[in-house]
Design a protein around this ligand. Sequence first.
Ligand code: GLN
Length: 550
Amino acid sequence: MAGKPKFIFVTGGVLSSLGKGLASAAIGALLESRGLTITLLKLDPYINVDPGTMNPFQHGEVYVTDDGTETDLDLGHYERFVNVRLGADHNFTTGKIYDSVIQKERRGDYLGGTVQVIPHITDEIKQNILQTAQGVDVVIVEIGGTIGDIESLPFLEAIRQFRFDVGEENVLYVLLTFVPYIPTAGEVKTKPTQHSVKELRSIGIQPDIILCRTDRFLSKEIKAKIALFCNVSHDAVITAKDVDCIYEVPLVYNQEKLDDKILEYLNIWTGSPRLEMWHHLMKQINNLKHQVRIAVVGKYTDLTESYKSLNEALFHAGVYNDAKVELHFIDSSTLTKENVAEALLGADGILVPGGFGARGVEGKILAIQYARENKVPYFGICLGMQLAVVEFARNVAGFKTAHSSEFDENTEFPVIYLMREWFDEKTQSVQKRDVNSDKGATMRLGAYPCHLPLKESYAYKAYQAEKISERHRHRYEFNNEFMKALEEKGFVFSGLSPKGDLVEIIELKDHPWFLGCQFHPEFKSRPMTSHPLFREFIKASLENRVQKDS
Ligand code: GLN
């Protein structure tokens, strides 16, 4: 489809956590299945400039894109559902918008004018949306927060104006609301939806399509009632029924003819959707033959949102291996020498994910030791790789007090440390930093190339390639001074930066599968193309289970 780009704005009413991110991603998937090129962006009303410094407990995972932007976890949904590569231009917050407007004001760009929310902030928002539209047919824009929040007002005002700027026929407003079933009344209630629409209309936006999140398919009568009270056509009221598996969402929307309606409103002509891959995926998911139990030893055990991409990557790898992955979250701060074996007894595979902060570090090291000694498949991601180095250095290579200088600044054996100087592939220049460097600014972030020189390594066997690229988010690195000593004891360095100065993957000899990587492979796993390392880890864990059973 050539011609002017179209814009779909997805807002949410009634309450948060209805799944606007997933809804936007699923709409993207449906449009892509019709041959359209699309992109997605998320506008977040909070004041942090980006979510990089936000606590995962509060905000869920920080998702990292190829270009090294620390973004909202919804961008993870987008990339998993749609063939798009997103980056800095695809997630902006109130903080980022104000930051840019204030910088312009300081530079004198506004020529002495009074800088105001309307038009300066709203113009900045609109411009940020417009700049992502180049070369795509449809831009899907998700507005964070809930209708009625004070913070989201400038964003809503901007998207209201947007329709006038680019033409009515090029803009569509989708509202996701909640239609609860009240057991004592024996019926679903539409009033919250009516109120959200009223609220949205008071800002000047009339939704075109209402997506009703609910636990059952809505009857014709209910849809007619919502249509009447909310001023939309009957077939623009769509049931967004709860599903067991998020990858079913595009199919449920398609069944409700949401894609037809969107195309009709935006006046786009395409062929019918090619949803075979999604149907095939769901068939696989619904018929998984095996089961495998993975212990995730980490810090954020209460909220699955904190490890969103990790959970998804494990799930994808399970589907690939025809296995349901049962996740067992273990709070590493509860692990002791005495209880570690009992805690991990039922685990077919053990994984230590990325993390920051000292809490629970010794517990993670105990879990790694258990995996190494008992030959349980182990996968260490970022911090999980660093601690595998610490464990091996201490317990095998004889550096009894080894540690990462993140947790013990004065350790005699800093096997993981802040590298002072290294060659940065991104900027093609030598980078320097010291302990006093500003927190946010010193991380190695985003995609970096990695070489896999050893054909016999688990890494090479998984990727089947000599050169790979993966996303990073960390400050500390392996200290090359210890390379030889660890190698002599059976440690394998199977992934290195192109110049060889940064260790990216480590493994163990004489172990069924023990691998740690300095990057975060979970960000690149997709439901239909599971990530090679996760795939191999789950495969080894399944083999371990079979062996235990026999
Ligand atoms: N805290 C470690 C570092 O900064 C690991 C970070 C991570 O696991 N993402 O290097």
